[in-house]
Design a protein around this ligand. Structure first.
Ligand code: ADP
Ligand code: MG
Length: 346
């Protein structure tokens, strides 16, 4: 209907026109979805499950910069970070709502781009978009997504279950999303100083993808279920490994030892750290937006856990509350602080 127009103003469409338009592209996957977009409230019917609910809000200029983040990626990532929270509870995400505040500088085509990313994430993770809210803003774009997930009561994993002797594990590798952000920021600065210079992003596909299009670790949650074990505590890494392990230790009233050399770091992250004259270990410890899972597992589950190729043991839990340390390559102990950039930079 809007194919032949490149710039449709949102004003010409109106709020209801926009909602009708967005609704057309929504595909539902779950029989539990009784009512989606179109009434005063959505209706879902989870059977004999506990329901997990999580919300994240992203604001232009604070959480994202549209000078280098394509709208489609933004939509995808906004969904992905919410699903990551559901997986971090060991749940299965089933539904989302999406609320947006948009200023008049956005066209229908821009909003369609955003929703194409949202719909792609919904399709990849089999999640139903069942509602939201649409409003105008004085400037910029704000997106708030709420995700709903389900789990059997005995499956849910909280932050507070870690016990002395449990092994600390992370999925994937760390520091890459931070390295990707540094690269994008560097190239943005160069471009702002001289607009004739094109960004040099060559050879950094992996860290860029990790920053722009993170994937929540549904695969790890599935593998743990298949192998028949669950973590004692779990959290997803949105604010950095150091900050997240402190959350687990605080909630579980315990301490920890992390072996910095065991933290998995991708070669591309090492290369970028080198280029920026930074420590890759610091990036891995303190860099945010990784959306990997950090968990503690019982020692007796180790034989099962090691069957999961992308799950890595990096330390263990101790019974002294607040005594949280990492050991560096020289065997020196450092206390873990929520942001320890200064004392550990190269
Ligand atoms: P109400 O005035 O009752 O809040 P709205 O007119 O805001 O209803 O919304 C109508 C329907 O469209 C509701 O089902 C709502 O959940 C859905 N909706 C509104 N905005 C969005 C959006 N940005 N994305 C997805 N669904 C939306
Ligand atoms: Mg409304």
């Amino acid at each position: 209907m809007f194919e032949n127009s490149e710039k449709t103003t949102l004003e010409s469409l109106g709020e209801f026109g926009l909602i009708e338009h967005l609704k057309k592209h929504v595909v539902l996957h779950h029989p539990e979805t009784i009512m989606g977009i179109g009434d005063d409230g959505a209706v879902i019917q989870p059977e004999n499950k506990q329901v997990i609910i999580t919300t994240d809000m992203l604001t232009e200029g604070i959480h994202f910069d549209l000078r280098y983040v394509p709208l489609k990626h933004l939509g995808y990532k906004a969904v992905a970070v919410n699903l990551s929270d559901i997986y971090a509870m060991n749940g299965k995400p089933t539904h989302i709502t999406v609320s947006i505040a948009v200023s008049s500088k956005y066209t229908l085509e821009a909003i369609e781009e955003l929703y194409s990313g949202i719909n792609l994430a919904c399709s990849n993770y089999k999640v139903d978009l069942i509602g939201g809210d649409t409003t105008s803003s004085m400037s910029g774009l704000t997106i708030s997504i709420t995700a709903v997930g389900i789990a059997n009561p005995d499956e849910i994993v909280y932050r507070n279950g870690a016990k002395k002797g449990d092994l600390i594990c992370v999925t994937g590798n760390l520091g890459a999303a931070y390295a990707g952000l540094q690269l994008l920021e560097r190239e943005k600065q160069i471009f702002l100083e001289n607009t004739s210079i094109q960004p040099d992003l060559e050879g950094h596909d992996y860290i860029l993808e990790k920053q722009l299009k993170p994937e929540p670790r549904a695969d790890i949650i599935r593998q743990m279920k298949e192998l028949g074990f669950k973590p004692t505590a779990m959290i997803d890494i949105s604010d950095g490994l150091a900050s997240e392990i402190l959350h687990i230790c605080k909630a579980s009233v315990c301490g920890c030892r992390i072996d910095a050399e065991k933290i998995p770091i991708d070669q591309d992250t090492w290369n970028m750290a080198e280029e920026l004259n930074m420590s890759a270990i610091t990036m891995a410890l303190y860099g945010g937006e990784e959306y990997e899972l950090l968990m503690t597992i019982r020692q007796e589950d180790y034989e099962k856990a090691r069957m999961i190729a992308d799950l890595h043991v990096i330390g263990y839990i101790t019974d002294t509350p607040g005594a949280c340390y990492f050991i560096d390559s020289k065997n020196e102990l450092h206390p873990i602080t929520a942001s320890g950039w200064d004392h550990f930079s190269k």
